[in-house]
Design a protein around this ligand. Structure first.
Ligand code: PEP
Ligand code: MN
Length: 339
């Protein structure tokens, strides 16, 4: 961080600032110019309040050199994080395919989808039990019963399960859930993130509808600051002026995130496009860009799905996609194997 002092800054106040900074453990590099003085801070500035420093009388401006996140930062942790979900791994060259319906609807639906995605090579089963719907009149999910059905599907297929949490009070229901999903709408629910930081379960953190990559990393930092380092990031499309697709899938987020962080990155082309026939091409593009995994909505009967049928693949379409992913994996931007 570099602090530019005002011209003719009060010497006593500057001294106080220097003392404050050295007391906080920083080494200071002072550069006296003809008009302005610069203070270069050497040390971890992620916990320093930039607004507080900027507001001081003697300070003209402050510039961050280092990113405001530390635990998620690749600079402090150069090796890829590998998240191990009951033997299924993601990150560090391990590719993971997550598939399943938008929502758990019935026993037969989730079991049949689980069996078919497993046969196509999926490593984890998704299915919403608590659904964040825009309309309060839309299907809200089966709640506890949905998790129970996921548990049954896990028992029958051996697939680990992922489902979304919307309220920290529901955490006891997630005991047998292998990965807890934080949806786009809760990416900046900081109290929820802090509580999840106290758990030791892997968290799949989806990018918010209108959030920057840095904000996504700061949200990951909330979880990691609590000691839970098993965070998987998910690009699921952002809001732009474009209306041809449900969201704009920001695939450049994949290589950008790989530069900035050691955490694995999953792409969700289902919510990213919102359209059935766009899922396949964008899934392949995500793999080519180096995504560590995909999360795909699959439904046994998309026209009758209670949620997101328009973007759901049939089991046959998913099987076709899985084969294409295997074909493209050797050409991906990152060397990866899919077991
Ligand atoms: C989901 O994955 O079921 C979901 C609701 O996605 P998002 O939070 O990305 O909208
Ligand atoms: Mn959905």
């Amino acid at each position: 961080m570099i602090i530019l002092l005002k011209e003719n800054a009060n010497a006593r106040q500057v001294d106080n600032l220097k003392k404050f900074l050295t007391n906080r453990g920083f080494d200071l590099h002072i550069s006296e110019g003809t008009q302005h003085t610069l203070i270069g801070l050497i040390g971890d500035t992620s916990k320093l309040d930039i607004d507080l420093i900027s507001s001081l009388d003697v300070v003209e401006s402050v510039r961050r050199i280092q990113e405001p996140y530390k635990n998620a930062n690749r600079k402090f942790h150069t090796a890829d994080t590998v998240v191990d979900v009951g033997g299924a791994k993601i990150g560090g060259g391990h590719f993971m395919m997550i598939a399943g319906p938008c929502s758990v609807e019935t026993h037969d639906q989730i079991l049949s989808v689980a069996e078919s995605v497993k046969a196509s090579g999926a490593n984890m089963l998704r299915g919403g039990a608590f659904k964040p719907r825009t309309s309060p009149y839309a299907f809200q999910g089966l709640h506890e019963k949905g998790i129970e059905l996921l548990r049954e599907a896990k028992k029958q297929t051996g697939l680990p399960i992922i489902t979304e949490i919307m309220d920290i009070n529901h955490l006891p229901l997630f005991e047998d859930v292998d990965v807890i999903q934080v949806g786009a709408r809760n990416m900046q629910n900081f109290e929820l993130l802090k509580e999840l930081g106290q758990t030791r379960k892997p968290i799949l953190l989806k990018r918010g509808l209108a959030n920057t990559i840095e904000e996504l990393l700061m949200s990951a930092e909330y979880i990691m600051a609590g000691g839970n380092e098993q965070v998987i990031l998910c690009e699921r499309g952002i809001r732009t002026f474009e209306t041809a697709t449900r969201n704009t899938l920001d695939l450049s987020a994949v290589p950008v995130l790989h530069k900035l962080t050691h955490l694995p990155v999953v792409v969700d082309p289902s919510h990213g496009t919102g359209v059935n026939d766009l899922v396949h091409p964008m899934a392949l593009a995500a793999v080519a860009a180096g995504a560590d995994g995909l999360i795909i909505e699959v439904h046994n009967d998309p026209p009758h799905a209670l949620c997101d049928g328009k973007q759901s693949l049939t089991p046959e379409q998913f099987d076709h996609l899985a084969k294409a992913v295997r074909g493209i994996l050797p050409f991906a931007a990152k060397e990866m194997t899919w077991e």
